[in-house]
Design a protein around this ligand. Structure first.
Ligand SMILES: Cc1cc2nc3c(=O)[nH]c(=O)nc-3n(C[C@H](O)[C@H](O)[C@H](O)COP(=O)(O)OP(=O)(O)OC[C@H]3O[C@@H](n4cnc5c(N)ncnc54)[C@H](O)[C@@H]3O)c2cc1C
Length: 452
């Protein structure tokens, strides 16, 4: 398959979710593939994203479980928590996954270079060590990077990249932003006993999620002790002599004291210094690589998948895009990625999960032809534990066709329940199909088929 003029059939820049999948599938079709990774094989999801984050969620959740255990007859003599133990155990698991992903590349005969690569032309890249490599196709799968706004004292703040290796559990954490990463870490630190203040420029948390769920999350997390400061942004952060931080905010007379400031205000495609101009690759207004629906950039031999294209910044999408690229270019299959009905979750405490249209989106599309069904319930485990927190499940239905257009859940294990419901929405099932399904009792998920 290799044209003699090229060192490889495919050179992938970035061994993250999209890059590793594309590499191994292309190699499986017989292509000669190499990948460059400037940090660690596995990428954001595995090394400093979904996986370590979820492990911290699990770790912090024990606080609630241990508190509730007394109602179930357990005596827990002395509850203590040791951050370095959890942090180091998570880091060890990340090492394990890093090795597993590296093995995947090896076993699929994908050559890998642990160094940065930049593009020097439509068919050429240069490694940090100076080596020039040519390839028939180049796939850019470099992901995205946290944005640190340029306020004074930003160097004292951390992003999600550094949060996993904090030396100590901060007693007081200020978190800038109210997207999913901000609220997940707010939940983790709150559960671990830190005082958490979320500072956000607007009044909206979790833009894009259904308003009823966002309100419910806000109520519950405030009751759990998370403080919110809306319509204000960080102006300046100063480090005091004792090492503590003072966070000055616009429009707020007094600074907030903190031991850590986590900035989670957004992620930007990691295109800076990548040499895209050497191949005439067009960028969009947020620095993302513009691609068509086959992932092809404005340079025909160069493709891009995953977060760098800033379409849907989620691991399963980067993986699908990488797979579809390899199928099309090396496997002769016209695989396309469908961007409808993408389920997503926020691993806040409690978590929320969602698929399809929110009520507001459905009303904008269909006007009054929308029916909404809700179940506002107190999960059995919360009743027994004397917790007053309520779950909220919501179905958004097309009143004319009876099709379920959206499912939105907040409550314990909501993401686990949602994945199965997403199949029904993707399959275009109707509310009548939900009603005809026998409840699985006793469960929280049964609420999905009991809404009338
Ligand atoms: C804190 C956090 C939590 C998240 N949680 C979730 C979640 O729960 N669920 C979910 O679906 N998604 C989650 N995400 C998003 C998810 O991690 C990304 O959508 C996904 O990793 C994107 O995959 P990718 O292949 O596009 O890029 P990445 O996985 O980021 O991989 C890009 C790779 O390219 C490397 N690289 C960059 N530039 C170069 C270069 N010039 N040369 C060589 N290598 C380079 C990088 O080091 C990186 O390893 C989370 C992200 C973060 C930050």
């Amino acid at each position: 398959m290799t044209e003699p003029a090229y060192d490889y059939d495919l050179f992938v820049i970035g061994a993250g979710s999209g890059g590793v999948r594309a590499s191994r599938i292309a190699a499986g079709y017989g292509a000669r593939v190499a990948v460059a990774e400037e940090y660690r094989v596995g990428g954001t999801c595995v090394i400093r994203g979904c996986v370590p984050k979820k492990l911290l969620v699990y770790g912090s959740h024990f606080a609630e479980e241990l508190q509730d255990a007394a109602n179930y007859g357990w005596t827990v003599e002395k509850m203590t928590f040791d951050w370095p133990t959890l942090r180091d155990a998570v880091a060890k698991d990340v090492d394990r996954l890093n090795a597993a992903y590296t093995n995947t590349l090896n076993s699929n005969k994908v050559e890998h270079f642990l160094e940065r690569a930049t593009i020097t032309g439509p068919n050429s890249v240069k490694l940090a060590s100076g080596r020039e490599i040519s390839a028939r196709y180049i796939l850019v799968a470099v992901g995205a990077w946290p944005v640190m706004p340029p306020f004074e004292g930003a160097e004292h703040c951390i992003t999600s990249n550094e949060v996993f290796s904090l030396e100590k559990l901060p007693r007081r954490v200020v978190i800038a932003g109210a997207g999913y990463i901000a609220l997940e870490f707010a939940g983790i630190f709150n559960a671990l006993g830190s005082h958490v203040t979320v500072v956000n420029r607007s009044e909206t948390i979790l833009r894009g999620y259904d308003a009823a769920l966002r309100d419910r999350l806000l109520q519950i997390t405030m009751a759990r002790g998370i403080e919110y400061k809306f319509n204000c942004g960080i102006e300046r952060v100063e480090r005091l002599e004792d090492g503590c931080l003072n966070v000055h905010m616009k429009g707020q007379p007094d600074p907030l004291g903190a031991d850590a400031v986590l900035v989670a205000t957004g992620r930007r495609p990691k295109t800076d210094g990548l040499g895209l101009e050497n191949a005439g690759i067009e960028l969009g207004e947020h620095g993302e690589i513009r691609v068509d629906d086959t992932a092809q950039t404005s340079c025909p031999s160069i493709f891009a998948v995953g977060d760098v294209t800033n379409r849907v910044q989620l691991t399963p999408i980067a993986i699908r895009e990488g797979h579809a690229f390899a199928d099309r270019v090396f496997g002769g299959k016209d695989t396309r990625v469908a961007y409808d009905c993408i389920p997503s979750a926020v691993f806040s405490q409690p978590p929320l999960a969602s698929v399809g249209l929110t009520e507001a989106q459905a009303r904008e599309m269909l006007g009054s032809n929308v029916k909404v069904f809700t179940s506002d319930f107190r999960p059995m485990k919360n009743i027994f534990a004397h917790r007053h927190e309520r779950g909220l499940y919501k179905l958004v239905v097309d009143a004319q066709t009876d099709k379920v257009l959206g499912v939105h859940l907040i409550g314990p294990e909501a993401p686990e329940v949602l994945q199965a419901a997403a199949i029904a929405v993707k399959a275009g099932l109707t509310k009548a199909d939900f009603d005809a399904t026998v409840a699985l009792h006793p469960s929280m998920a049964e609420e999905l088929v009991l809404m009338r």
